[in-house]
Design a protein around this ligand. Structure first.
Ligand code: SF4
Length: 429
């Protein structure tokens, strides 16, 4: 594919393609050409957004030079659905140093080619299961009403109905529809203070938290009721502690352990998963011992300086996260990381080397690529200075796979293959 035309927006947010200029990409704070094969058609479920406070930058076709457009022209980016890894950010500059901070989104380079939108992205995992277009509003509303009537006293279902109907959260919707992965938010506190936390931002933070954090502590009975109802509808379903609308689930390790044991008294079907920062190793160990099946650990780097700058952990270190993962793997849990990635940072030589060694030591089986949702300038101000070369996001994924035997790269939780009479079979949950 030839380099696509540049897209820009006016102050009303109307998107236009430029008659001459071509679309650059950005990696870290460096603007560059995007290789033809790195552009793909805009995937279903993606959206476009204009970037307030910015000035679009284009490539002059005649000499390949970069040029900022007039101040009336704002940059445009795409927001990708799950299943796609962003390769480049849009090309822009902030109008003024103190310019407003962009909201928590994963801005991706986008262009116009043969009357269609294209993005600089990599199809990393089959996304149809997480494509919001595959679920009808009417089905969700009917399922929510049905479940709330069946469990009128359960505060967790009431909380999740807001997530399903207002935020459109796919995991909350699944919980009512009894499909795939369901949500069991458990904790309203956290042992970290991530810069880009989506459920809680400190007073005066430059960007608001897009979701409201859980305001109560679900009881063991409430959690077991939600878990069992989901698995009854889908015996190969996954029920997941650790959702975007809560803090750190392992801070409730005792109640979660009780919930898992109580569920297993009722059924041996389904999978119990936890999405966690895994910093509280003793808590994680107790949850693993109770019968956990899957664990997804969110992280941004294996380099302590970088990890600490983003996660701002309270009384834990990256080495604790590693210890939690290794313990879970040694006790038969299918482990993955939810890798918050950013072009020009995650694909730095030093980051890739450190992450490959971390994944090997922690015996991780799957890396889930997650485009980091944050204002690029804000993030680049907090991360350590670059040391090595930038490999590129696709090469980064290839190096991790080649350096870690058997490692899978995807975008969402996979259930482990089913043993049928000792034979492994691939089966979507
Ligand atoms: S670990 Fe999760 S809940 Fe805790 S601060 Fe980070 S994003 Fe927020």
């Amino acid at each position: 594919m030839k380099t696509p035309k540049l897209l820009y927006a006016n102050a009303a947010g109307e998107v236009m393609d430029h008659p001459r200029y071509l679309a650059p990409g950005r990696t870290g704070d460096y603007l560059t050409d995007v290789e033809p094969h790195e552009w793909i058609p805009l995937p279903e479920g993606a959206t476009l957004t204009w970037l307030p406070g910015t000035r679009a930058i284009g490539i002059r076709p005649e000499d390949g030079q970069l040029e900022a457009l007039p101040t009336s022209c704002y940059a445009v980016g795409a927001l990708l659905p799950q299943g796609y890894t962003r390769l480049f950010l849009p090309g822009y500059s902030k109008r003024a140093k103190e310019e407003e901070t962009l909201p928590l989104f994963g801005y991706t380079a986008v262009g116009w080619h043969k009357d269609a939108f294209v993005v600089a992205a990599h199809p990393t995992d089959a996304s149809d299961e997480w494509n919001p277009e595959t679920v009808s509003e009417a089905d969700v509303e009917a399922a929510v009403q049905r479940v709330l009537q069946t469990f009128p006293e359960n505060r967790l279902f009431a909380h999740l109905s807001h997530c399903a109907l207002v935020y459109g959260c796919m995991t909350a919707r699944n919980t009512f529809l009894g499909r795939q992965e369901g949500a069991i938010p458990a904790s309203n506190v956290c042992n970290a203070a991530c810069v880009g936390c989506i459920s809680e931002q400190p007073e005066g933070a430059p960007f608001p938290a897009p979701q409201t954090r859980l305001t109560f502590r679900p009881t063991v009975e409430e959690m077991v009721e939600v878990m069992h109802a989901h698995i009854q509808q889908n015996p190969r379903g996954v029920v997941s502690f650790g959702q975007g609308c809560e803090g750190e689930p392992s801070t409730r390790f005792l109640d979660i352990a009780k919930s898992i044991r109580a569920l297993r008294e009722r059924t041996s079907d389904g999978y119990v998963n936890i999405n966690t920062n895994a910093g509280f190793t003793r808590g994680i160990q107790r949850i693993v011992d109770a019968g956990l099946n899957l664990m997804r650990v969110s992280t941004i780097s294996a380099i302590p300086e970088h990890y600490d700058a983003y996660y701002r952990p309270r009384q834990y270190k990256v080495s604790d996260v590693e210890a939690s993962l290794a313990y879970a793997a040694d006790h038969g849990v299918y482990t993955s990381i939810n890798y918050l990635v950013f072009p020009g940072v995650s694909d730095r030589e030093e980051e890739v080397e450190a992450m490959a060694a971390f994944l090997r030591r922690a015996k991780v089986k799957l890396v889930q690529m997650r485009n980091l949702n944050i204002d690029p300038e804000y993030y680049l101000r907090i991360v350590p200075q670059r040391k090595g070369d930038i490999l590129g996001m696709v090469d980064m994924m290839d190096v991790l796979k080649s350096e870690c035997t058997g490692l899978e790269i995807g975008s969402y939780t996979h259930v482990p293959p089913v043993q049928h009479n000792g034979v492994q079979t691939q089966h979507a949950h």
